[in-house]
Design a binder for this molecule. Sequence first.
Ligand code: UD1
Ligand code: CA
Length: 448
Amino acid sequence: MLSARRCLAVVLAAGEGTRMRSAKPKVLHEVAGRSMVAHVVAAVQAAGAERIALVVGPGRDDVAGVARKLAPDVDVYEQTERLGTAHAVLAARKALEQGFDDVLIAFADTPLIRPETFASLRAALADGAAVAALGFHAADPQGYGRLLLAPDGALTAIREHKDATEAERATRLCNAGLMALAGAHALALLDAIGNDNAQKEYYLTDAVAGARAMGLKALHRTAPEDEVQGVNDRVQLAAAEAVAQHRLRDSAMRAGATLIAPETVHFSADTKLGRDVTVEPNVVFGPGVEVADGVVIRAFSHLDGARVDGGATIGPFARLRPGAKLEADAHIGNFVEIKASTVGMGAKVNHLAYIGDASIGARTNVGAGVITCNYDGFGKYRTEIGEGAFIGTNSSLVAPVTIGAGAYIGSGSVITDDVAADALAIGRGRQVQKAGWAAEFRASKKKA
Ligand code: UD1
Ligand code: CA
């Protein structure tokens, strides 16, 4: 039983990432709105790792910080010199000494890896392997290490491309890099690895031949190529994004959401959609969005950090920013932006409005062009609107301001003072009418 085995995951994140041409470390680049290192940490957690050792390059507190958000008790180790993958794993020696049954080794630049795949490597250890390597059938094996198998299927060695013979290069069964080691042998296997190879590096892959030499068993498992693709540049980052989006669309549909044009909908790794949610074309979900059952999201809407309760409708062309909360059956129409605000049950904000730092009571109607003036260049201020109120079109609500339940605001008002419940407030110039003025004006102009 896997769950009874204690599991350590060593996540290697000490990559240089120079081909990203970026000011930030490679593994902090995002796939589906989540950094690559966070994807990998989440995958090893889901595969049952109870301890995570993150190996970072010198001074990479930023990488450690991101991992800690997801796994607060992650142990961070520094690899001071980049001497190869085995050397990187040994940076976490203190963790390896703690006596785990299974040791998973993951690369932080391989963000698409699924927990099930790590679990299959752990299962190979449970079957008695000291080393379980992960292979894939490469469309183009150039550059990858090759898995060399004995006639009985056992793994005999992994040969790096640069060190492989022509005959060895002929196999397309390549090394994904990720691996599992039996905790009881992990340190002995790693300490035995030398650097006598083309790159003068301590290769983790040599653990396989090492295990064989010690009379231990090495096995391999395979995964689809798209799951183990690494990211070294932004072209590969986009390729990984495409795979991640494909998966997220699939699982949203399988969980009961209708995506009319799935290839145009962009998800974040943590997007949550309920059943019978309909998503029209060209909708973007940033991180932290939760949508309950029966919601309709019309075309070209953008949601980020928002919670949407059942039966609400959004868009087309709506924008929900972080802290937006729509209660059940609320309606948000076209060209409406909602930020850090609650829109109450059944309330409507249907056209061309900005609602920021506000709360809108149930069943309140907010007319076209209404703006909450929440910012004076220094601070942000709140607008509170009670239930069943009616905010006339093109009104500016200058925060901080409170509008009582059932109140009416006349169209075109600038509201700077609180409005009592059930009152009418009008804050605009009074209309003046001059009878016949236009006719006289035209006549005088024509004469001249
Ligand atoms: C590695 C495998 C190769 C496999 C390929 C799959 C080894 C020796 N080779 O090669 O068999 O086909 O992945 O993509 O493992 N790292 C460190 N410190 C180091 C060296 C590497 O942290 O000193 C990290 C890197 O950041 C990266 C990972 O280990 O996340 C793999 O290293 P990389 O140099 O990219 O290995 P490859 O040559 O791609
Ligand atoms: Ca690589």
